[in-house]
Every structure is written in structure tokens, then in C-alpha cells.
Write a protein that binds this ligand. Structure first.
Ligand SMILES: *Cc1c(COP(=O)(O)O)cnc(C)c1O
Length: 383
């Protein structure tokens, strides 16, 4: 028997409370029962995003909400700045170009965070910029970008700040309104601990004003229509009913277990423990200077292929971790510690990596990674 462990930065494991809620017979969505669930989910999502705006649920993966962010606020020919330091930054640029926008990329070395000064310089060089598009947590490189410092540059201007928070919302405290994020998106299969298929998106007043003037075509992802339905505790089209039911269960579970602050604290400890474990094994971190608390990227030992490691972990040991994407393929692997992840997931991941590396002939001493992580993980049970 092979017991399976899912330790990737998405999709992530789903707690049994949510699985059970979603196993109930499907409700009709135009009913008072569903409207009540919808209202509770709406309140929970506002708290999660740190906003007083409606957080609109879309039946799509996260990329659908990224596209909606662009098509609802911009017009063909508009110039946008894209922070491009990984696969998801590249995705912003691709979506924007697909819709006829003028894209100016701010290139960032993969594994590094953008510097706010780079964004400031680009904004000075291109006074016609309408929006800055960035990730908060660039999952492909496990780097964390300084959204708050970029918001300092856009907050009091007409430039929109459009943020992919797909692996930061629910991992780090998010204060959309206070920070001045104009469009924020996330997806269900990462920190939100649900299966894929639901995205959440919210717009600031500035973004709603831009939306009224934007002329890119949209139909399914017309957020003005979504907002009008939201005001009636509903959605324009059939929602991902079971996932919304699951989201209610997740919000209840989080509340019962100390609220979001406890979730953020746990992610911080798991990430720190994973980094200490990786270093104790003698491996190098991909994003040492600005690491994301969602996942940890690790360089392979010299001359070894990460694909061989991740396949061995998955197929022989039952442990699914992520490999590298794009230019990092084969060179790195990523340990997720996002969503329904705890102390012993970190131990399993580090122990499995050590054993797999040893099997593949690397020079590792068994136990060093987990031991270093355990020292950090003791914090989980203090205070
Ligand atoms: C997973 C992820 C996406 C893509 O989301 P899909 O749900 O696969 O469409 C986009 N951005 C980031 C930062 C992600 O981690």
C-alpha cells in the first residue's frame, strides 16, 4: 500500500470538514438556503481579503480571475507594468498581450523579489501606465514581492495596483483596503484548502470607477453583473455551489481554531522550519532573501535532476512535491506548506527528500533536516 501525501503549493489537501460539507446533496442556488450560505461566505471573504468591498466568487481556477481583473479595468492599447520574475508574472504579461495591452515588463531574476525602486523608475519612465500587475507570492520561484511598498507608489495616483494573491491570501495577513490594492484575486485550491474551481476577486472604488470606463470585451467574467447579483446574495450564472458550501465549512473551521491570525502564525512557523531543515541538509534555498511563507524552493545538488527526485518521491514514496517550472525545470524542487498543512507535513517532506536524495546517491546524512525543523516546530506548541 502506498499512502499518499500532497505537499505541493497547490492543489493542496482538503480538510475532512470541508470534504464532508461538499459531499451533501447539491442545493439549488436560487433558494433561501443557498442565499444564507452565500451571505456567510461573503462575510468570511471580506474578512479574509481585509476589504469592505464585495468579494465576488467566480466559477473558474485562479487564472480566470486574473483575466477578469484585466478585462474589467483596462482597454485595448493601455500600457501596463508587469513584475515578471517567474511563471505567474509571465502569465500576467501573456493575458495582457492577448487583450491588446501594451506591456512593459520589469524583469526580476527568478528567486528574487522586485524592488519598489524598480517599479518607481518604470512609472517615471512611462507616465502613461494605467496599471501595475504583480504577484504577491510568486509560487513558481517561492519569492515574496513587496506589495505594500509598491502600493505606496500607486495609492494616491490613477494607476491601478492589480495583485495575484493566489498563494498569499490566507497565508499572510491581507489588508486590501488599508494597503491600497485595487484588484485582488485568489483561488480555492491553495491556502483556501478546497478543490480547484472557485476564484475570488475584489475591486477597490478606484478599480470600479476604471471598470465603468474600460472597454475590453467581457461576458462570463463581467464583474459589474457579478456585483449586481452579489447584492442579491447570488451570482449571475450558476455558481460552483459545492465549493461555496465547502468555503463556508473552511471559514467555520478557521474560526473554531483561533481565526486567521493563528493560520498566519502557523504558516510562518512551517515556512521557517522548512527553510532551516533544507539548510541543515546542506541544500541551497532558491529565494533566500525574500522567501514566501507558502512554499520553499530548493536548488538540486550539483549535477542532479530535480525531475528524477520528484518522480521518485511521488511514485515510490507517495510524496507529491512540486518541481521547477519554465527556466527552473529540472533545477529545483518546491515543498509546499500552504493551506491544510501542519508540523508533521513538514517533517514528512524533509525526511522523504533526505531519503530520496540518499537513494539517488547524494551526500546526505539522514535526520539532519527533520531535526533542524523540529527545533523550530516546537514553537507551534508554545503560546
Ligand atoms: C496557482 C497559481 C496561479 C494559477 O492558478 P490556476 O488556479 O492554476 O489558474 C496563478 N498565480 C499564482 C501565484 C499561483 O500560485
Amino acid at each position: 500500500m502506498l499512502k499518499r501525501y500532497l505537499l505541493a503549493p497547490g492543489p493542496t489537501p482538503v480538510p475532512h470538514e470541508a470534504l464532508l460539507a461538499m459531499a451533501a446533496p447539491v442545493l439549488h442556488h436560487r433558494t433561501p438556503q443557498f442565499a444564507e450560505i452565500f451571505r456567510r461566505v461573503a462575510a468570511g471573504s471580506r474578512e479574509l481579503f481585509g476589504t469592505r468591498q464585495p468579494v465576488l466568487p467566480l466559477a473558474s481556477s485562479g487564472t480566470g480571475a486574473m483575466e477578469a481583473a484585466i478585462t474589467n479595468t483596462l482597454s485595448a492599447g493601455d500600457r501596463v507594468l508587469v513584475v515578471s520574475g517567474g511563471k505567474f508574472g509571465e502569465r500576467w504579461a501573456q493575458i495582457a498581450r492577448t487583450h491588446g495591452l501594451e506591456v512593459t515588463e520589469i524583469p526580476v531574476e527568478w528567486g528574487c523579489a522586485v524592488e519598489a525602486a524598480q517599479v518607481a523608475a518604470a512609472l517615471r519612465r512611462h507616465p502613461d501606465v494605467r496599471a501595475v500587475l504583480m504577484q504577491h507570492s510568486e509560487t513558481s520561484t517561492t519569492a515574496l514581492h513587496p506589495v505594500e511598498r509598491v502600493a505606496d507608489l500607486t495609492r494616491d495616483s490613477d494607476v491601478l495596483l492589480i495583485v495575484d494573491g493566489i498563494t498569499s491570501v490566507g497565508v499572510l495577513e491581507t489588508r486590501m483596503d488599508e494597503v491600497g490594492i485595487d484588484v485582488l484575486v485568489t483561488g480555492s485550491q491553495k491556502a483556501i484548502m478546497l478543490p480547484p474551481g472557485l476564484a475570488l476577486i475584489a475591486l477597490s472604488d478606484k478599480a470600479w470607477a476604471a471598470s465603468a470606463k474600460s472597454t475590453l470585451p467581457r461576458y462570463y467574467f463581467d464583474l459589474a453583473k457579478a456585483r449586481a447579483s452579489f447584492a442579491k446574495d447570488s451570482t449571475a450564472y450558476t455558481p460552483a455551489i459545492s465549493l461555496i458550501v465547502g468555503l463556508e465549512a473552511v471559514y467555520r473551521l478557521v474560526e473554531e481554531q483561533g481565526g486567521w491570525p493563528a493560520v498566519y502564525r502557523r504558516h510562518g512557523i512551517l515556512a521557517e522550519a522548512t527553510r532551516c531543515g533544507v539548510r541543515a541538509m546542506g541544500l541551497r534555498l532558491l529565494a533566500p532573501s525574500a522567501p514566501s511563507p507558502a512554499a520553499t524552493g530548493v536548488w538540486m545538488p550539483e549535477g542532479m535532476d530535480a525531475g528524477v527526485l520528484t518522480r521518485y518521491l511521488r511514485d515510490v514514496m507517495g510524496v507529491t512535491v512540486a518541481g521547477g517550472q519554465g527556466q527552473l525545470e529540472g533545477k529545483i524542487f518546491r515543498l509546499g506548506h500552504i493551506g491544510y498543512a501542519d508540523t508533521f507535513d513538514v517533517i514528512v517532506g524533509l525526511a522523504a527528500v533526505e531519503m530520496a536524495l540518499k537513494h539517488l546517491g547524494a551526500d546526505v546524512v539522514l535526520g539532519r533536516g527533520p531535526a533542524a525543523a523540529q527545533e523550530v516546530l516546537l514553537q507551534m506548541y508554545q503560546g
